[in-house]
Design a protein around this ligand. Structure first.
Ligand code: SF4
Ligand code: SF4
Length: 425
């Protein structure tokens, strides 16, 4: 059900401006160098950029105390919608800064002030080409290796996603090669696959995102799809979290890392070839802390003291603890010869790659700056390679590695699995 800023009024009133949403919780901090959780506040160092700061902006907007200006739009959109603030705040309080940020962006779009020109450009492309990259829809399967044995009519669809289809083809190729080697019963949607809606909803264009989501659901249901496998953390959180939040859907949604982990446990996947590599793993925000489903809640915010309200009946709070954290790590640990070492900020307290929330298109310098911080953290582990499970993270982290002239390699999990199966792209 769609909300509005006023639905968050009592929740927002409880923000005590403590700034806990800027850092990972104190007990989790291992060094000052890697203690921040909010890339926006770390880069711009002004309270308005934090989750709490944007909560104050949203309250002021609700009370008509401020208006959208060019500067204010920069503050609102220089934010990767990573949810770090949301999880850090909930360590102490029960506020939902990420919900407020997304609602503020929706308000911004509904008021005609947002999103930014770069976002409008890719939204037009999604409407025209069904992908945000301005690419030809007919080319969506241009990555497909010859003799891939997907089966039309299967109830399991590999939803490749726009970024994997057009920008990170090696992930789609590795994934289908693995599927073929284990003889998985799956289908590809090909020209029937349109953008999942993630790039729209994260910048506040909920109206267009919902229209797209409705069409996607109708198509998937007509094709008889019951299970959706994704390579992309953004697609995953859309189908797992946002679609059921707004629409009536009950697809089983699974990320490739979960599928591979399940297959290993069931003895259907054998990793026998040595991959002698020391790696560290980056948790994508939308596969980790932002992948917990919403539990519908109806009730009242009841005042307990001053500006503090509590939900009655109690709400199920999304704390990020049940994200997809262990499956990719289990798979990595199963690869012979590979050593996994951890960064300081991991799982629900992972630092963002910097690409999300429309930042990569509107503020590419900020996106690269954040990714460079993450690469520094990866380097501090002594790892030779950075591994992740999302084509959008992959693109930004690879850009930072290249820009910095680093020796560090980057792999998607599927590329390493394929290597260990004796295959190659
Ligand atoms: S959003 Fe939460 S953590 Fe941030 S300043 Fe407000 S109360 Fe503190
Ligand atoms: S969503 Fe991420 S970037 Fe945006 S304010 Fe929260 S922690 Fe900062």
């Amino acid at each position: 059900m769609a909300a509005s800023l006023s639905d968050y009024e009592k929740l927002m009133a409880g923000c005590i401006r403590c700034s806990n949403c800027k850092f990972i919780p104190a007990l989790q901090i291992k060094s000052q160098r890697f203690s921040a959780i909010c890339p926006a506040i770390e880069r711009y160092n002004f309270h308005a950029y934090s989750g709490g700061g944007k909560t104050i902006i949203a309250q002021a907007m609700l009370k008509n105390r401020i208006q959208y200006t060019e500067e204010l739009l920069k503050v609102i959109y220089r934010c990767t919608a990573c949810g770090g603030c949301d999880i850090a705040c909930k360590f102490f309080f029960e506020l939902e800064p990420l919900e407020v940020i997304l609602e503020l962006r929706n308000h911004c779009v509904e008021s005609g002030a947002g999103p930014l020109p770069q976002h409008k450009k890719y939204i037009e492309s999604v409407k025209l080409n069904h992908n945000p990259y301005g690419e030809n829809h007919e080319e969506r399967l241009s990555w497909l290796p010859k003799n891939t044995s997907f089966k039309e009519g299967s109830e399991t669809a590999y939803f490749v996603g726009c970024t994997t289809s057009y920008r990170r083809k090696e992930i789609a190729q590795a994934t289908t090669k693995i599927f073929d080697k284990v003889d998985l019963d799956y289908t590809l949607l090909g020209s029937e696959e349109f953008c999942c809606g993630s790039p729209l909803i994260r910048v506040g264009d909920r109206k267009d995102a919902l229209e797209l989501m409705r069409k996607n659901v109708e198509k998937l249901k007509n094709l008889g799809i019951k299970r959706i496998v994704t390579s992309c953390a953004g697609c995953y959180s859309m189908f797992k979290v946002e679609y059921p939040r707004y629409l009536n859907t009950n697809f089983q949604v699974i990320h490739t890392s979960e599928l591979l982990d399940n297959m290993l446990k069931e003895g259907k996947l054998e990793l026998s070839k040595e991959v002698p590599l020391k790696v560290t793993y980056h948790d994508p925000c939308h596969l980790g802390r932002n992948s917990e489903p919403y539990t519908p809640w109806q009730g009242q915010m009841v005042k307990v003291v001053s500006r503090i309200y509590i939900p009655v009946p109690p709400k199920v709070i999304r704390r990020g603890t049940n994200g997809v954290y262990e499956p990719p790590r289990n798979v990595l640990r199963s690869i012979p010869g590979l050593e996994l070492v951890e960064m300081e900020r991991i799982k629900e307290y992972a630092y963002c790659c910097g690409a999300g929330g429309g930042v990569k298109s509107a503020f590419p310098d900020f996106a690269l700056w954040t990714a460079s911080n993450r690469v520094e953290e990866a380097k501090a582990t002594g790892a030779e390679a950075l591994v992740s499970c999302c084509p959008f993270c992959a693109t930004n982290l690879k850009d930072a590695i290249r820009e910095k002239g680093e020796k560090m390699k980057f792999y998607d999990l599927t590329e390493l699995v394929l290597k260990s199966m004796g295959g190659s792209i």
